[in-house]
Design a protein around this ligand. Sequence first.
Ligand code: PLP
Length: 429
Amino acid sequence: MTERTAAEAEVILRRQALRESAARTYARSLPIVPVRARGLTIEGADGRRYLDCLSGAGTLALGHNHPVVLEAIRGVLDSGAPLHVLDLATPVKDAFTTELFANLPPALASDARIQFCGPAGTDAVEAALKLVRTATGRSGLLAFTGAYHGMTAGALEASGGAEAVRVTRLPFPQDHRPPFGVPGAEGEQLAARWTENLLDDPKGGVPAPAGMIVEPVQGEGGVHPAPDGWLRRMREITAERGIPLIADEVQTGVGRTGAFWGVDHAGVVPDVMVLSKAIGGSLPLAVIVYRSELDVWAPGAHAGTFRGNQLAMAAGTATLAYVRQNRLAERAAVLGERMLTGLRGFAADQPCVGDVRGRGLMIGLEVVDPDTGAAAPELAAAVRRECLERGLIVELGGRHSSVVRLLPPLTLTDEQAGAVLDRLTDAVP
Ligand code: PLP
């Protein structure tokens, strides 16, 4: 083979790999062309209607095109207000901040600063990491197995799958891998003790932690709720050692888990909260809120063009207020428990379902091989396709993409919840 032919062969191979990757991407995306949507329902170009339990990856706390969200957006458009205001104070921004702070854990709200970030959750994670590194003068980070914090370089380091240089990976108590593979109280204690031992061991390999970042419920990692006792222990450990605790509430915030914030279940007050998704009421918005003591970074330390989008702030204010006024977090707790109970009853004699878990309206169903009990990603993908056939949109997650995930809007009615469960259980072979 001449050199040229080898180079050509390489190009052909690369193109083939690209085609295969595109095919995989296509296989993951849904064969739906959505043209209209309202509440839980999406209508496709073919006229079919679907129950959407993906909710824009959790951005739609009130479902699609909720009237109060549309009205808030129209209000800004009709007022002639600037749509893009960067750092300037405006009535729209003021209303958003006031509503957000009214819903924060009071012990944080009483002494907190806010930083508007780029429009994605991952950018707010970057801001949080930068904040704690600046405030402590240290660089190491404590993050957890199975975590997901986004896809920019820093956020990816903190995410569970990545090999990271400055990150010490600690066991998340619901992690099923040995030696921490004991879900329940014993696993929680082991995970907490391991964290403590690592921090006490001078050779433990923890490079001066600038912060600990945790999701109150791991979402993308396969819907693993952090037990309350364990989260409280993490708060104690970090407080004792002067390590800022960052709660990544990008997915768990705004009532999703059955409390306004995921940390509320444990009564834990973090030093930094990372917020995005639902706080923008379906439009792109991300902020961090943090204790004023950490506010030692220079003005402009987290700049970026797309901060201060007034449409997103107005949509977010309307969403936060609606969730608060209509007690949708409490409703998510009740409805979520009912759905989990229903699914657990179904799973009891269903060998393809290895586990049902969740908190509030953040629900996961682990699909397993009925013979071996091992995670079964292909079977999970088949369940997802079957759901779609029955007019139900769900997402996959987890380390092996074997967890069927439901993130319905908090406005879900009892009747809709019943329809979702019927379609889902019908789709499991
Ligand atoms: N943090 C958590 C807990 C998330 O679930 C996600 C996204 O799913 C992110 C961060 C990243 O947010 P974004 O996709 O908006 O960058």
